[in-house]
Write a protein of this length. Structure first.
Length: 230
């Protein structure tokens, strides 16, 4: 009887050991399969975005060669932000054909920066035949995605009828106000004038005019205003 009891007590730990081993191996295989499925997409996307951001940071800090190299690498990998930012640099350098091509590639990926840049090309006729209607449509698309410069430009165009848009004071005010609320200094100055003069369907409101003047004079807005060079 003692031998039988011994065998049972010896067998039970052995079965538990193998069961734990199998569970551990299954968990390892599950994790390996999971990472194999996810990594080519999520991690690659993060790396591309980081590459474009890093290149732009280097460029704006004055490290032009390193910045350009990183942006070119990002653009070649199909990163829309990298294409738009490289297009901006080429446009400023007078290489309008290359700029247009990069902006177009970026805009086709529904990138707001690319849409804004391409709109500017169409509105000025740089690198492409001038087309104000196309420029207005692209500016609207960029603004609707929340791109700050596009929101301001689109709002001002709606005020004056620029970019072949039908003048719409109420809608113009809405877009200019959105841009101001997101920190655009030019939009803030415009809103101050609107409330001082009673424009764009608004009544004269000195309190609101003072509010936007105060917002305009905050250190953050002053600092950001120097970055808005596009």
């Amino acid at each position: 009887m003692r031998m039988k009891t011994k065998l049972k007590t010896n067998e039970q730990p052995s079965e538990q050991k193998y069961e734990r081993y199998d569970q551990h191996k299954l968990a390892q295989w599950f994790l390996l399969i999971l990472f194999a499925c996810l990594s080519p997409f999520s991690f690659a996307e993060d790396n591309e975005q980081n590459l474009a951001d890093k290149g732009w940071d280097e460029y704006t800090l004055g490290n032009l060669i390193n910045g350009m190299a990183l942006l070119e690498q990002a653009a070649e990998q199909g990163d829309a932000a990298g294409q738009a930012r490289l297009g901006y640099i080429f446009d400023k350098a007078g290489k309008t054909d290359q700029a247009f091509e990069l902006f177009e590639k970026s805009a086709k990926q529904n990138n707001a920066e690319g849409q804004f840049g391409l709109s500017k090309m169409y509105s000025s006729g740089r690198g492409v035949e001038k087309d104000l209607t196309r420029a207005g449509d692209l500016m609207r698309q960029s603004a609707e995605q929340g791109y700050l410069l596009a929101m301001r430009v689109y709002g001002l165009a709606l005020e004056t009828g620029g970019l072949n848009l039908t003048p719409n004071p109420s809608l113009a005010f809405d877009w200019i106000q959105r841009a101001a609320e997101k920190g655009d200094g030019t939009a803030m100055r415009k809103l101050r004038e609107v409330y001082l003069r009673g424009e764009l369907g608004q009544e004269v409101n000195l309190e609101r005019a003072k509010y936007w003047l105060d917002q305009l004079n905050t250190p953050i807005v002053k600092s950001e205003a120097t970055k808005a060079t596009q």
